[in-house]
Design a protein around this ligand. Structure first.
Ligand code: RAM
Length: 960
C-alpha cells in the first residue's frame, strides 16, 4: 500500500449511502439558520490538499476541501467548522483535540488551510467538517485522515547508498549502457510490526519488493526534478508485507534522468547527475510501543549483473531473462557474489552548473537555484505517480515475414509493449517503436533523431514468459517485432499506456464526428506527454519539459485531467531552475541548458499559476511564486526594456505554417511576426497577470507599479506597431493583430476593426485556414468566439484541408503533430505527438461549445458562466466537468428552433445560463423558466436571455 501515491477517489458511489446513513437525522427545514442536523444535504468527497486520499503530506499547512451534495436545489453553505483530532475516538465524537477552527461564516468550501498548532512528523491526523447551509441546519461529514511525512531534515537517519562505478560490460559513452542495480538486504523481525512506514527515494527510478511482492501500483517513479536541489520521497505502509522471522527487501534502481545517457555527448547542453542511488528509511512500531529502524546503510548488498542489462529512456531496455537472479527476494538466497554497497554522496553534493562542464562551448554561465543548499531537499511527492492508465491490444499484424512483423496499436500512444512469449533459451526478441510507417510498410524512424527506442528480451526458455520493461517508455503506434519464435497471436501483445495517474475531470462528445476525433487526438497527446512533468514529446531523443508548449495548454488540459498537483509541482521545478540573476530556463527542470531570455516561454510560469488560481482556487501557488515572478519581470525590464519595448525574443510565433511544405519554420517575412511585437505584447500581458496577483496578495504598491509600466509600454507598443489608418498591427499577421486584441491593448473604438483584420487574414488570405503558430494559437479560438465569430472558430476546428487539425486527422494522425505540415516537413523536428499546436482549442471546447466556464472574478467555478456558442451545424454537445466544487453538466440538443439543455450546477455555486431565445419562450421542465425553483431572469443580452441558476439539476427547453 502506498500512501502519497495511492490513488483512491472519494467519488465512489459507495460513500454516498454511507454518508446519507451517517447523517440521517431529524431535518428541520425552516427558513432561518438552524442549529439542528439536516438530512437534505450532506458533505462528501473530503480532500486534503486536493484529491489524493489517503494522503501523506509534509506541508505545514495542508488544505481542506469538501463537496456538498443534495437532491434539492439552491443549497449554499453559510458556515463551516473544521475539526482536527489526534485519534479516531475524538473525531468520531465530533470533537477536536488538535485544532478546532470554530464556526466560521464563509461560503468557501475548497482549499481552506490548516491553521492549528505545528504538525508533527510521521503522525496520523483525523478531520471532519461541520457545514451549515442557508435556511437549513447543519450536516457533519464522515471523517478522513491524513499522514504527515518527515517534516524536518533531522527526521532522516538513512544514508544514500549505491555503487558509483561501472562494471566491465557497461559503457558510459554517448549511447551509454548501464545495467539496473539490484539491492537487497534481509531483516529479522521478532514479531510482525503494527506499522512499518517506509520513506524512500530511488534515483533515477526504482521498483520496490518486499518478501517477493512488488509494492505499489506506480511505474517509472519517482517524479523527476533537479535532483541536486530536491528529490521526491514516497511513503509506503509495509506492515501487511512483513512477517515474524526473516524478511527480504529488494530494490531495483534504473537510470531515468539521473544517469543520463547523453552525458558525454553535449556536456554544455545536457545535464547528468550521477550513478543510481537509494535512500530508504523504514520505521517500525510494535504493539508494546517499541520501535525500530531499517535504513539504507552498509548492510545492503548490490549487483548489476542481473537481467536488466541496460536501460534508458531514449534507447530502450535490454532484458536477459537467462541472467535473472532467481530467488534473490527469498531469505535463503546466497548473495555472497554481490558487492557491499557504498555509502554515496547526497545528490545535492553533485551540484554543478552547466558552466562547470563547458569547456567545449561558448554558453553563458548560468548558476541556478538555491546556492546555499548543502543537500537536496527531501519532499513528499504530492503530484500523482505515473501508472499504467490503460491497456490495449494491437489491432493488426502488418508486413509479416518469417519471425518478423509489425504490430499496429491503432493509436499513437506513450508507454510500452508487454509480451508473452514461448521459445528456446537464449533467443533474443527485439522490439522497435515508431509513430508511423514508410510507404513500404517499414518503420518510419527518421523523426526520432538519435533515440534508438529498442527493447530486447532474451528468453530463458521455460514456457510462457511474460515481460514488460521497467524503466523506459516509448512514443509509438507501431512496433516492429524481430526474431519472434513461432506464429504470433494478438493475445501475446499488450500495449501499456503510461501517464500520470490523474483523475479524469471532463468529458466531451458532440454531433460532429470530426470534432470528436480531434478531441480524441488532443486527449491522447495530452495524456502521452505527462511524465511527472509536462514534456514536449514522448518519442524522440528529447522529451523535455519545454515551457512554451503549455502557454495555454495547462488551462485546456485542466478540463480533461485533474492536473493541479502536477502543475503546482512544475512551478516549483521552474522556480528551482531560475538563475541567480532571475533568468527562467526555457526547459524546467533544466535537463537542457536553455536560458535564452525570451518572454513567451517563461510566460508559461505566470499563466500556469493563473490557471491554478482561476481553475482550482489555488492562491497558495501564486503566493509562493510571486517573488520569483517579480524577480524575472525586473530582470527582463532592466536588461531588455528599451523605449517602452521589450526587445528580446527567441522563438517568434513558433511553428507557424511555412510557405513551402518541407520547411520546419517559415522564412517568408510576410509570415513572420516581429519578435519585439510578440515580446512586448506578452510582457504587458504578464504585467496584467502580475496586477491580478498583486491584488490577490494585497500588494497595492506593486500593483500600481505594474499598472504604470503596462500603461507606458502599451503606449510605446501602439506607436511602434499600430497602423492607425489601416487599423492593423505590425505586418498584419494573425498573431500580430491577435495578441494586442486578446491582451486588451487595442483602443476600444478600434477593436472591431482589428478583429476584422484577423478574420480577413484567415478567411481571405488563408482561405479559411489557421495562420498562426504556438504563440498566437494560444489565444485564437476563444478570441474568435468572444468577438462574435464562433462560426469561424468552428470552421477552423472542423477544417480538413491544410493547414488544420483536421488535415492531420485526414492524414491518419491519432494525436496532434508538432508541425502543421508534419506529413511533409523535414524529420529533424517533426514529432507526431506534441500538444503545443492545440493552443486554446481545449478551453474553447469546454468554454464555448459546452459552455462551461468559471467567471474570472470568482475562481474555481464558484460562479459559472454557461454560454455555449451553439454554432450552426452542431446539433448536440454532451459534456461534463468535475470542478473543485462538484460536477457541472452541460448537455444541449438543438433541432431547428427547439433546444433542450440539461444543466447541473454544483451545490454551493451558482451559474449564469445564456439561452438563445426570448425569456417568454424558455421553460425549465414544464414551468416557465423564470418561475422555476432556483431560476431567476437577469437580463437580455443580444439574442440571449440570461438566467441566474442556483445549484441543482435543470432541464431547460425552448420551443416555438
Ligand atoms: C523543440 C520542441 C519544443 C519546443 C522547443 C522550442 O525542441 O519542439 O516543443 O518548445 O523546440
Amino acid at each position: 500500500m502506498t500512501y502519497s501515491n495511492h490513488y483512491a477517489s472519494l467519488r465512489t458511489t459507495a460513500i454516498l449511502p454511507l454518508l446519507a446513513l451517517l447523517l440521517a437525522g431529524t431535518g428541520l427545514l425552516t427558513g432561518c439558520q438552524s442549529n439542528e442536523p439536516d438530512d437534505s444535504f450532506w458533505v462528501s468527497r473530503l480532500r486534503v490538499e486536493s484529491r489524493l486520499e489517503p494522503v501523506v503530506t509534509d506541508l505545514t499547512q495542508p488544505r481542506f476541501s469538501w463537496e456538498i451534495r443534495s437532491d434539492e436545489r439552491d443549497i449554499n453553505q453559510t458556515y463551516y467548522q473544521l475539526l482536527v483530532a489526534s485519534n479516531q475516538d475524538v473525531i468520531e465524537a465530533d470533537s477536536a483535540d488538535v485544532w478546532d477552527s470554530g464556526r466560521i461564516k464563509s461560503d468557501v468550501s475548497i482549499q481552506l488551510p490548516y491553521e492549528g498548532p505545528a504538525l508533527k512528523s510521521r503522525t496520523t491526523y483525523y478531520w471532519k467538517v461541520k457545514v451549515w447551509c442557508k435556511g437549513k441546519g447543519f450536516s457533519v461529514s464522515p471523517y478522513m485522515s491524513w499522514h504527515t511525512g518527515l517534516m524536518q531534515d533531522t527526521d532522516w537517519k538513512a544514508e544514500w547508498i549505491g555503487l558509483d562505478s561501472v562494471f566491465a560490460w557497461e559503457d558510459t559513452s554517448k549511447f551509454s549502457r548501464l545495467s539496473a542495480r539490484y539491492l537487497r538486504r534481509t531483516v529479522e523481525l521478532p514479531e510482525p510490526p503494527e506499522h512499518a512506514r517506509l520513506y524512500m527515494v530511488g534515483l533515477g527510478l526504482y521498483q520496490l519488493y518486499v518478501n517477493g511482492l512488488r509494492v505499489g501500483g506506480h511505474v517509472v517513479a519517482p517524479a523527476p526534478t533537479d535532483f541536486t536541489q530536491e528529490v521526491k520521497y514516497t511513503t509506503f505502509e509495509l506492515a501487511p508485507y512483513l512477517k515474524q522471522g526473516t524478511n527480504v527487501i529488494g530494490v531495483v534502481l534504473g537510470n531515468g534522468r539521473f544517469f543520463n545517457m547523453r552525458q558525454h555527448h553535449k556536456p554544455w547542453k545536457v545535464r547528468t547527475f550521477g550513478f543510481p542511488k537509494l535512500l530508504f528509511q523504514m520505521e517500525l512500531g510494535y504493539e508494546d510501543g517499541s520501535s525500530d529502524y531499517i535504513l539504507s546503510d552498509t548492510s545492503w548488498r548490490v549487483t548489476a549483473d542481473g537481467p536488466i542489462r541496460s536501460n534508458n529512456e531514449f534507447d530502450g531496455e535490454e532484458y536477459d531473462a537467462t541472467k535473472e537472479l532467481t530467488g534473490w527476494l527469498a531469505p535463503d538466497y546466497d548473495d555472497s557474489a554481490w558487492l557491499p554497497v557504498q555509502v554515496t554522496s547526497d545528490p545535492g553534493a553533485n551540484r554543478r552548473y552547466f558552466a562547470d562542464s563547458l569547456p567545449q562551448k561558448n554558453e553563458p554561465k548560468t548558476p541556478h537555484g538555491d546556492l546555499t543548499l548543502k543537500q537536496a531537499r527531501r519532499k513528499a511527492q504530492l503530484n500523482e505517480d505515473m501508472k499504467v492508465v490503460l491497456s490495449r491490444r494491437p489491432v493488426a499484424f502488418l508486413n509479416k515475414r518469417p519471425g518478423a512483423f509489425i504490430l499496429d496499436m491503432g493509436q499513437n500512444m506513450a508507454g510500452w509493449l508487454r509480451i508473452q512469449v514461448n521459445g528456446e533459451k537464449g533467443r533474443t526478441v527485439t522490439l522497435r517503436f515508431a509513430e508511423s510507417l514508410n510507404p513500404d510498410s517499414t518503420l518510419y524512424m527518421d523523426n526520432l533523431r538519435e533515440a534508438k527506442v529498442t527493447d530486447t528480451y532474451t528468453l530463458k526458455g521455460v514456457g510462457e514468459e511474460l515481460w514488460e520493461p521497467a524503466f523506459v517508455y516509448h512514443g509509438f503506434r507501431y512496433v516492429e517485432v524481430l526474431n519472434w519464435p513461432g506464429e504470433p497471436h494478438i493475445y501475446q501483445f499488450l500495449g501499456q499506456v503510461v501517464s500520470d495517474g490523474f483523475n479524469t475531470t471532463g468529458s466531451f462528445s458532440s454531433s460532429n464526428k470530426l470534432l470528436d476525433q480531434l478531441y480524441s487526438n488532443a486527449w491522447w497527446s495530452v495524456l502521452g506527454n505527462y511524465k511527472g512533468m509536462p514534456v514536449d514529446c514522448p518519442q524522440r531523443d528529447e522529451r523535455q519539459p519545454w515551457l512554451g508548449d503549455r502557454i495555454a495548454g495547462s488551462w485546456g488540459e485542466s478540463y480533461l485531467f485533474d492536473n493541479q498537483r502536477l502543475y503546482a509541482k512544475w512551478l516549483d521545478d521552474i522556480q528551482q531552475a531560475m538563475s541567480q540573476e532571475g533568468q527562467i530556463s526555457d526547459v524546467s527542470p533544466n535537463y537542457y541548458n536553455y536560458y535564452t531570455d525570451n518572454v513567451t516561454w517563461p510566460a508559461t510560469y505566470f499563466l500556469v499559476a493563473q490557471m491554478l488560481y482561476r481553475q482550482y482556487g489555488d492562491v497558495y501557488a501564486v503566493r509562493k511564486h510571486y517573488p520569483s515572478m517579480k524577480k524575472w519581470m525586473q530582470y527582463m525590464e532592466s536588461k531588455y526594456l528599451k523605449d517602452g519595448l521589450m526587445t528580446r525574443d527567441k522563438y517568434g510565433d513558433w511553428c507557424m505554417p511555412p510557405e513551402s511544405p518541407e520547411l520546419i519554420h517559415a522564412k517568408d517575412p510576410a509570415r513572420l511576426t516581429d519578435g519585439t511585437l510578440i515580446a512586448t505584447a506578452y510582457y504587458i500581458k504578464l504585467l496584467q497577470v502580475m496586477q491580478e496577483f498583486a491584488t490577490l496578495l494585497g500588494n497595492n504598491a506593486d500593483k500600481t507599479a505594474f499598472a504604470a509600466l503596462a500603461e507606458k509600454m502599451t503606449g510605446a507598443f501602439q506607436s511602434r506597431f499600430y497602423d492607425k489608418e489601416a487599423k492593423q498591427y505590425g505586418n498584419n499577421t494573425v498573431t500580430a493583430n491577435l495578441l494586442p486584441l486578446a491582451f486588451n491593448l487595442v483602443p476600444e473604438a478600434d477593436k472591431q476593426a482589428v478583429f476584422d483584420a484577423i478574420c480577413r487574414v484567415i478567411e481571405v488570405d488563408n482561405k479559411g485556414h489557421i495562420a498562426s503558430g504556438v504563440v498566437g494559437t494560444a489565444w485564437l479560438m476563444r478570441t474568435l468566439s468572444s468577438y462574435g465569430r464562433p462560426d469561424l472558430a468552428y470552421k477552423l476546428a472542423t477544417n480538413t484541408t491544410y493547414p488544420s487539425w483536421g488535415y492531420m486527422i485526414k492524414k491518419g494522425a491519432t494525436t496532434i503533430w508538432e508541425l502543421w505540415n508534419g506529413d511533409t516537413a523535414n524529420p529533424w523536428m517533426n514529432s507526431q505527438n506534441h500538444v503545443m499546436l492545440l493552443g486554446d482549442l481545449l478551453s474553447w471546447y469546454y468554454e464555448h461549445l459546452a459552455g462551461i466556464k468559471s467567471d474570472p472574478s470568482t475562481p474555481a467555478f464558484k460562479q459559472i458562466i454557461m454560454r455555449p456558442d451553439f454554432p450552426d451545424g452542431l446539433t448536440f454537445v454532451k459534456s461534463y466537468y468535475y470542478s473543485s466544487y462538484g460536477l457541472i453538466v452541460s448537455e444541449w440538443m438543438r433541432e431547428g428552433f427547439k433546444l433542450t439543455w440539461n444543466v447541473v450546477v454544483p451545490h454551493n455555486t451558482e451559474a449564469f445560463v445564456y439561452i438563445p431565445a426570448p425569456k417568454g419562450q424558455v421553460y425549465e421542465g414544464d414551468t416557465k423558466a423564470d418561475r422555476a425553483k432556483g431560476v431567476s431572469f437577469v437580463r437580455t443580452e443580444g439574442d440571449r436571455s440570461v438566467f441566474k441558476v442556483k445549484s441543482g439539476s435543470y432541464v431547460f427547453k425552448v420551443s416555438q
